[in-house]
Design a protein around this ligand. Structure first.
Ligand code: FE2
Length: 309
């Protein structure tokens, strides 16, 4: 397991400024030139280089998130047109190179699967990333015992070791925002909340109807896909740990019951711009709850690593 760490000054002030300027330049171009709205009216909540951009604001209804995929012909043409002024591929390649050097410098070798920008203004379920089961989007069977390894083992199984992932603070306005890392882990990417009945008894709309195969909820066994959730406590999260989690928000943002079976490994705070937080990809984690407000600045670089064997 990779240790959960917070590393201040991972990027220098100048590097942070450079990344932030490029991000803001792109955000303004997207608003004015592609969406035709005021340059400061949108918030890009996610920007990755392989699939999509997500944003709020502009002409959208409050709280609505719109996704623009690179496969959209209009969008891919626009991305191509702006290349002389802002080349998305160059930007992400430069970022990957910069981060690689920095990770070498702290002895945490990084082979990137993804490098993205995150600026989420909402919470989502406790989960772990890492390997995806092949049948991730299939309906749940009436019993998981009915599944055979062929149903969940993906084609690239055994080619990679999933290592570490994390966030680098670029422009977060609250240093006490961050990520909660739990002691519990699972090698397959899954969601967990033992206070809620699993689908189909209850829908988990914030996770999505195409994710019911990878949800651990009330009544579920902690063994699935030939693996067992490690270090599961079968108990409430200690009260003092729960109080730390909700320290900077109202209890209504996250109930203690929804953390049943879990215990804190570390709370990794965003700290000042330039700070890296990083944890083992198999570990369950969640956004540290914060009061949901429009336009809370939480801009980070997000990265995820896996090593080819
Ligand atoms: Fe995650």
């Amino acid at each position: 397991m990779w240790e959960s760490i917070q590393h201040p000054d991972f990027l220098t002030k100048n590097e942070v400024r450079e990344v932030k300027d490029l991000f803001n330049k792109f955000s303004k171009m997207l608003a004015q030139e592609y969406l035709g709205v005021d340059k400061n009216s949108i918030q890009i909540t996610e920007w990755n280089d392989y699939n999509h951009i997500a944003y709020t604001g502009g002409n959208l209804l409050p709280g609505k998130i719109e996704y623009i995929n690179y496969s959209d012909p209009d969008f891919s043409m626009w991305i191509h047109e702006i290349k002389p002024r802002l080349d998305k591929d160059d930007l992400f390649n430069w970022l990957r190179g910069l981060l690689s050097k920095k990770f070498d410098g702290i002895n945490r070798k990084a082979d990137f699967r993804w490098v993205s920008f995150f600026n989420f203004n909402y919470h989502f379920e406790t989960h772990c990333d890492g390997m995806d089961v092949l049948n991730k989007e299939y309906p749940r069977p009436s019993s998981f015992d009915d599944l055979k390894p062929d149903n969940w083992i993906p084609a690239d199984y055994g080619k990679y070791v999933y290592t570490h992932q994390g966030l680098i603070n670029i422009d977060c306005e609250h240093p006490t925002d961050g990520t909660i890392i739990f002691d519990q882990s699972f090698p397959w990417s899954t969601y967990i909340d033992f206070s809620r009945p699993s689908p189909p008894v209850e829908r988990w709309p914030d996770v999505g109807d195409d994710r019911e195969m990878i949800i651990f909820g009330k009544g579920d066994s902690i063994t699935r896909f030939d693996e067992t959730i490690r270090d599961f406590t079968f108990d409430d999260i200690p009260e003092e740990q729960y109080n730390l989690i909700i320290e900077h928000c109202d209890k209504s943002e996250l109930s203690r019951e929804s953390l049943w079976g879990l215990s804190i490994d570390k709370i990794l705070y965003f700290g000042q711009p330039g700070t890296l937080i990083s944890w083992d990809t198999d570990k369950y984690h969640r956004v540290k709850p914060f009061p949901i407000e429009e336009k809370r600045r939480r801009l980070c670089i997000q990265y995820d690593c896996r090593m080819r064997i």
